[in-house]
Every structure is written in structure tokens, then in C-alpha cells.
Design a protein around this ligand. Structure first.
Ligand code: RTP
Length: 151
């Protein structure tokens, strides 16, 4: 567990369409995580198949790719202590109906196939996903940059 730990969080097309971008960003900022990369993209089925390569063969895979390519997504990298595991807790369970109230999915959605956000499930997959979505790299944020806030 490291204060420099990074996780890849993506707001899915339904989260974007439902104007939940600001609320989701606010949750991570208020918790204390640092936003170190952010962009909105219209992804392609080919790119999404790489992102979800582990799920190829699942019956829901074609529908998942179609849903994820159906509109823009917001791609983010958040950094901070235990970012991967805590990010998943903040998202809630994959199935929103099993997500606790207070989690993003538990508060904002109902259906597993429309669960508004993605979060990396391990440090290793976070690094792979960051490289896939931000091939040019992300800023190196260090506590030295707190000088913008504190003397
Ligand atoms: P994600 O990667 O999106 O954060 O989701 P996850 O780890 O919680 O769940 P995963 O098993 O990796 O599934 C990826 C996404 O596929 C959709 N899904 N649909 N219809 C279904 O039974 C079903 N199961 C999974 C969900 O959008 C899930 O987030």
C-alpha cells in the first residue's frame, strides 16, 4: 500500500449521459485522492475489447462492448493511499443492487449492465489500464506540489 498508488477510474456512457461526472469526481476529491489524469473520449469497440480482454467469452461481453462504445466515457487516474482497493469500495459491488447505500453504484444506479463507473481491481491491472488509456503518460504528482496550497 503506497501513498503514490494509482487507480484507473472510468465514468461509463450512462454516467456521462446522466450528468454524474461532477458528483463522481467530487467523491474522490473529497475523500482525499489526487486527480492526476482526466480526459473524455469516444472509445472504439477495438479499444474496449483490449480493456475488457479478461471477459472475452462471457455471454454479456458483446452487450458490454456495445454499451461502452455507445457514447463518450470519462477516463481518470486517481492517486493516493490504497487507491485501488478504496476506489472499488467507493464504487460498490458490480451489481448495483448489492452495492451499499453510500457507494456510487448504491446511490445512483440499479442494473449491472448500466453501472455507471469502472474501477481497477488490482494494482497490476491499474497500471495496465493507465497505460492503455493514457499511452502518453500522466503527470507525476508529488507532495512538493502542495506548495500551490501551503507556504
Ligand atoms: P468494471 O470492470 O466495469 O469496474 O466492473 P467489475 O470489475 O465490477 O465487474 P466485471 O466482472 O469486470 O464486469 C465488467 C462489467 O461488465 C458488465 N457486466 N454485465 N450482464 C451481466 O451479467 C454483467 N456482468 C458484468 C458490468 O458493466 C461490469 O461492470
Amino acid at each position: 500500500m503506497s501513498v503514490q498508488e494509482r487507480t484507473y477510474i472510468m465514468i461509463k456512457p450512462d454516467g456521462v449521459q446522466r450528468n454524474l461526472v461532477g458528483k463522481i469526481i467530487a467523491r474522490f476529491e473529497e475523500r482525499g485522492y489526487k486527480l492526476i489524469a482526466l480526459k473524455m473520449v469516444q472509445s472504439t469497440p477495438e479499444h474496449l475489447e483490449k480493456h475488457y480482454a479478461d471477459l472475452k467469452g462471457k455471454p454479456f461481453f458483446p452487450g458490454l462492448i456495445k454499451y461502452m462504445a455507445s457514447g463518450p466515457v470519462v477516463c481518470m487516474v486517481w492517486q493516493g493511499l490504497d487507491a485501488v482497493k478504496t476506489g472499488r469500495v467507493m464504487l460498490g459491488a458490480t451489481n448495483p443492487l448489492q452495492s451499499p447505500i453510500g457507494s456510487i453504484r448504491g446511490d445512483y444506479c440499479l442494473a449491472v449492465g448500466r453501472n455507471i463507473c469502472h474501477g481497477s481491481d488490482s494494482v497490476e491491472s491499474a497500471e495496465k489500464e493507465i497505460a492503455l488509456w493514457f499511452p502518453d503518460g500522466v503527470v507525476q504528482y508529488t507532495s512538493a506540489m502542495e506548495s500551490w496550497i501551503f507556504e
